[in-house]
Write a protein that binds this ligand. Structure first.
Ligand SMILES: CC(C)(COP(=O)(O)OP(=O)(O)OC[C@H]1O[C@@H](n2cnc3c(N)ncnc32)[C@H](O)[C@@H]1OP(=O)(O)O)[C@@H](O)C(=O)NCCC(=O)NCCS
Length: 161
């Protein structure tokens, strides 16, 4: 199943509260309502995944907080965060297709700076997310980031320039 991607702004940000995860997944991220505070923040580039009528998931690019710079010297980067698929839509290939589609569109998007790589950290116990990112082409740096809220995280990146 494929979703269509749309930028989230103050007009549609309230839809994000419909994104609920499985209870045991809240350690990895939070339900979509945490995003509401990012409405109109130009440093958070929010993207929603939509089915025919409803929101299915979301993620965002964070141009502001960056604890991963230390692993990528002299690279212009942005951090991908908050990838979340509504619990009843998980395991259907939606997350992977959405990330692949997004990566295809990156060269056509205009940000305030030119981006060379997209980076992310993923909890070492979060196998589903690790599989998704790797099969979408992200590369494991084999570095471990210890600042995650639920334990150590792998650090991945992908070239987009
Ligand atoms: C992680 C998450 C985004 C995956 O999205 P999804 O749409 O369910 O994933 P997909 O169906 O596209 O599957 C992608 C890959 O993960 C694998 N996968 C999916 N669910 C899995 C599970 N529960 N266990 C193991 N592997 C799983 C799939 O087999 C697929 O692997 P492949 O490409 O090698 O065949 C989703 O489970 C989620 O929202 N989890 C809670 C929040 C979270 O952990 N976010 C990540 C923050 S870094």
């Amino acid at each position: 199943m494929k979703s269509s991607l749309k930028k989230i702004d103050s007009c549609n940000i309230s839809l994000l509260k419909n994104i609920k995860l499985h209870e045991n997944q809240e350690q990895y991220f939070s339900d979509g309502e945490v995003f509401e505070k990012y409405a109109d923040n130009p440093k958070k580039y929010l993207i929603g995944m939509f089915g025919e009528e409803e929101i299915i998931g979301c993620f965002y690019l964070d141009f502001e907080e960056n604890n991963l710079d230390q692993y990528f010297s002299n690279k212009s980067l942005v951090v991908l965060k908050g990838l979340s698929i509504r619990h009843n839509f998980q395991g259907k290939g939606i997350g992977k297709l959405a990330i692949l589609e997004f990566l295809d569109t990156v060269p056509n998007l205009h940000f305030n700076k030119k981006i060379e790589i997209i980076v992310l950290s993923v909890n070492c116990k979060n196998i589903a997310a690790q599989r998704l990112y790797k099969s979408a082409g992200f590369i494991d740096t084999h570095e471990i980031y210890y600042g995650g809220k639920a334990g150590p995280q792998h650090v991945y990146y992908i070239n987009v320039s």
